[in-house]
Design a binder for this molecule. Structure first.
Ligand SMILES: C[S@@+](CC[C@H](N)C(=O)[O-])C[C@H]1O[C@@H](n2cnc3c(N)ncnc32)[C@H](O)[C@@H]1O
Length: 264
């Protein structure tokens, strides 16, 4: 799935309120893994958080002491980020043309946003702005409930109602795609599992914050009502237990500029 940009910003702009209210955060382990591969603490590191949205990952990085520049194409998402974190330098921009000079940062990250960019273009941009030995880290929270009937019912419904939606749309060889660009000397994939408990109404708001749910259009009300009934069957007390799998891919550029080669 690509193409979140619109003439005025991002398709996520219309979803900014629902997004800010209910999107899950990310496990701290992601930052520990990045520090390990980067070979230095994030405290004092220069970081660009691309596709920063409402700032969920930006705030996580700030709490760890990083100097963070959020970059985001959607003005409404950016406004939400600034409302939650006033005074932060934040830039309207695109991962395929980063508004940064070369050799500017230690870490480029994309939290739940890498699937929106053209990989060869955005990887070249990340490699350009990274200092020698710096890393590109891309990660996602994916609901990991393929053995649950309520989730299967939801995915059937989405494939029927959301144009072009497929439940496997994010199962791509992300690490290999990065290796094939030739910009990185090391690419690793790490996964983790966790879960959250969320009240049904918040769960439905979270559903609305997804671009492929918004794409249902005029039948959105019908979708949400069916979801409510289906999820209540699985969780009669109205507290949804959502299992997540976190996928993290980290790619390091060579310490010496120009020593990487394009893959054959
Ligand atoms: C699912 S949201 C993730 C937001 C945030 N990083 C988070 O973790 O909640 C995806 C974000 O990617 C942004 N985006 C879409 N296309 C982009 C592009 N080409 N360059 C940078 N960001 C993009 C969207 O505007 C949106 O804010």
């Amino acid at each position: 799935m690509t193409g979140a940009r619109t003439a005025t910003g991002s398709i996520f702009d219309a979803l900014a309120d629902a997004y800010a209210a209910t999107r899950p955060g990310y496990p701290e382990q992601i930052l520990l893994d990045i520090e390990r591969i980067l070979g230095r603490p994030l405290a004092g590191a220069d970081v660009v958080d691309v596709g920063a949205g409402t700032g969920i990952a930006t705030r996580l990085l700030l709490r760890r002491g990083a100097r963070v520049l959020p970059v985001e194409p959607g003005p409404d998402m950016l406004a939400r980020l600034l409302a939650a974190t006033p005074g932060l330098p934040a830039v309207r921009g695109d991962g395929e043309a980063l508004p940064l000079r070369a050799d500017a940062v230690d870490l480029v990250c994309y939290a739940q946003a890498w699937h929106w960019v053209d990989v060869p273009v955005a990887a070249a941009e990340a490699a350009r702005v990274l200092r020698g030995g710096g890393v590109l880290a891309v990660w996602w929270n994916d609901v990991d409930a393929s053995d649950a009937r309520w989730w299967q019912r939801q995915q059937d419904r989405l494939e029927r109602m959301s144009p072009g939606y497929r439940r496997d749309y994010r199962t791509r060889p992300y690490a290999d795609e990065l290796r094939w660009t030739g910009h990185f000397e090391e690419v690793v994939t790490l996964t983790g599992r966790w879960q959250r408990r969320i009240a049904l109404e918040d769960y439905l708001t979270w559903q609305r914050s997804k671009s492929y749910v918004a794409a249902i259009g005029a039948d959105l009300g019908e979708y949400l009502e069916a979801e409510r009934d289906s999820v209540l069957r699985a969780f009669p007390d109205g507290i949804v237990v959502e299992p997540f799998r976190t996928l993290l891919v980290i790619a390091r550029v060579p310490a010496q500029p120009g020593s990487s080669t394009l893959a054959e």
